[in-house]
Design a protein around this ligand. Structure first.
Ligand SMILES: NC(=O)c1ccc[n+]([C@@H]2O[C@H](COP(=O)([O-])OP(=O)(O)OC[C@H]3O[C@@H](n4cnc5c(N)ncnc54)[C@H](O)[C@@H]3O)[C@@H](O)[C@H]2O)c1
Ligand SMILES: O=P(O)(O)OC[C@@H](O)[C@@H](O)[C@H](O)[C@H](O)CO
Length: 457
């Protein structure tokens, strides 16, 4: 413990910490985890779970090096502020022992993937990263090939992105890029467990760093803020050793993924598009609009919950109530525009899967057509007040061109969005009832805007 305090106190950037700040119980003496995606979520989720073990993480940044440079300058130390009803609690995390910039250190990245010291690779690289063979999937495949050549030990690749069957998705992105011997080796030595990850972690802003400075008394350029809730459900399919994470290990994660992606993330995206259109900055602010909570509760009870079977012991309605309480947390300033980005990569699992299952069960789909209408209007890029809305989406050109070609009529615009294949499944694109309901909602949004539409529900 004394050594740890020395570590923290000797660090140039994190010293003289107030007594209410939790500090690491020691710096890990070993590595073992290689993580890709140096974003806010990793720092407030997997790195925190790992901080409770004796394993260490090398964090690799695929693109911008801003975060890893900040971490490196602070000896890997940074703070996570938990923003609860009673105020903020700060904890310094010590599990990050090294950093790596993939674009400029590709050889080192491959060596680390191949290294016998690396047992688990974790990923938070956003949903779209799995569709780019030249990106992370290609890097992993090349690293696995090197590991195979060297006859390295088994390896676990653990996706922590918000995707359904995320282990299978990762395997599906990497395996086709392996050739011959490497593929045979990977079959016997590499596993891709699925995992459900949950903690709301908004992007850090200058205000985040100001609050950290005010609380810690030192500059922390890698600070993150998060809600108190945290959850990690992992398919117990590790090829080799793993850290003693305080997660739930299970044989089947699919039910947990559906519960979370459809309920939490589905409602999150819904509020994000409605809020952005209404010129509201945050998810909490959107949920506070008159009628919004009633709509969200009905969406969960009447559309989302009946679309799937919850895991044993989970009540989707209670889960949904808890989610709405979490969204209402005023400390979490999660911007609608952050949640709204990459809709084409998120809505298949957050919205369209729900719609498809409701249609298959012959359950009416009127309420769930509203988020589809809101996304359609959002993609056109103008809010209810006439302000410009950014469309930060890898398919932005396709979406905007389809809408432009459709002209101004709501039915044609809904058809244009439903016609974007690879995003909207065929059964949803052909869903006549959904199309009519979404057209009606889009007409309401065009004529009256979000606020009166929500109040009318
Ligand atoms: N923030 C949350 O509340 C939260 C909660 C649960 C799960 N997640 C998952 O974690 C992911 C990352 O969230 P975050 O808050 O850390 O975001 P972030 O924007 O802070 O970080 C994203 C990271 O992904 C990398 N990245 C982006 N596009 C990439 C690409 N095409 N190829 C390779 N790398 C790419 C970026 O360089 C960055 O390191 C989310 O997309 C989601 O799947 C986030
Ligand atoms: O992180 P994304 O971009 O996949 O989605 C935005 C939010 O819906 C998401 O980050 C939630 O906050 C998170 O999934 C909660 O666990």
């Amino acid at each position: 413990m004394a050594a740890l305090m020395n570590d923290v106190l000797n660090n140039d950037h994190l010293k003289r910490l107030p007594e209410d700040v939790t500090v690491p119980g020691g710096r890990p003496e070993r590595g073992g985890v290689l993580h890709f995606g140096a974003g806010a979520f990793h720092r407030a989720h997997q790195a925190v779970y790992t901080d409770d073990t004796d394993w260490g993480i090398t964090v690799a940044a695929p693109r911008s090096r801003e975060v890893i440079d900040a971490l490196a300058a602070q000896d890997g130390l940074y703070s996570v502020a938990t923003l609860g009803p009673g105020g903020s609690r700060y904890r310094v995390i010590g599990s990050i022992v090294d950093t790596l910039h993939v674009a400029t250190e590709t050889e080192r990245a491959l060596d680390l993937i191949a290294s016998a010291q690396t047992h688990v690779i974790t990923l938070t690289v956003t949903e779209k990263a799995y569709t780019d063979p030249a990106g992370i999937p290609g890097l992993l495949a090349a690293g696995i090939a090197r590991r195979a050549e060297q006859g390295g030990p088994p390896l676990t690749i653990l996706c922590c992105d918000n995707l359904p069957d995320n282990g299978k998705t990762t395997r599906g992105a990497v395996e086709p890029l392996l050739s011959g011997a490497a593929r045979t080796w990977a079959d016997g030595h590499v596993t891709f467990p699925s995992s459900m990850v949950d903690r709301i972690v908004p992007a850090s802003t200058p205000a985040t760093y100001d609050r950290a400075f005010e609380h810690l008394g030192v500059v922390d350029a890698a600070a993150v803020e998060a809600e108190p809730f945290t959850q990690w459900v992992i398919e117990d399919d590790f090829a080799g050793p793993r850290p003693a994470w305080g997660a739930t290990f299970t044989v089947d994660v699919a039910g947990w993924e559906r519960l979370k992606l459809r309920t939490l993330n589905g409602v999150h995206s819904t509020l994000a598009y409605l809020g952005a259109l209404a010129d509201i900055e945050t998810i909490a602010g959107t949920l506070a609009m008159p009628g919004a909570r009633n709509f969200a509760e009905r969406l969960i009870a009447e559309q989302i919950a009946p679309s799937f079977t919850a895991p044993d012991g989970q009540d989707p309605l209670r889960y949904g109530d808890d989610v709405l309480e979490r969204f209402a947390n005023p400390g979490i300033r999660h911007r609608c525009l952050q949640v709204a980005m990459d809709g084409s990569q998120k809505l298949p699992q957050r919205l369209f899967a729900t719609i498809a299952d409701l249609a298959a069960a012959d359950i009416p789909r009127e309420l769930i057509a509203l988020p589809l209408a809101a996304w359609t209007r959002f993609c056109a890029g103008t809010s209810d007040s006439g302000a410009a809305l950014p469309l930060d989406d890898p398919l932005s050109d396709v979406l905007r061109q389809s809408l432009a070609a459709a002209g101004g009529g709501p039915a044609a615009r809904i058809d244009a969005i439903l016609g974007v294949r690879h995003v909207v499944p065929e059964s949803v694109a052909d869903d006549h009832e959904l199309r009519l309901a979404a057209t009606k909602w889009l007409l309401d949004l065009d004529r009256h805007g979000v606020a009166p539409t929500l109040e009318s529900i």
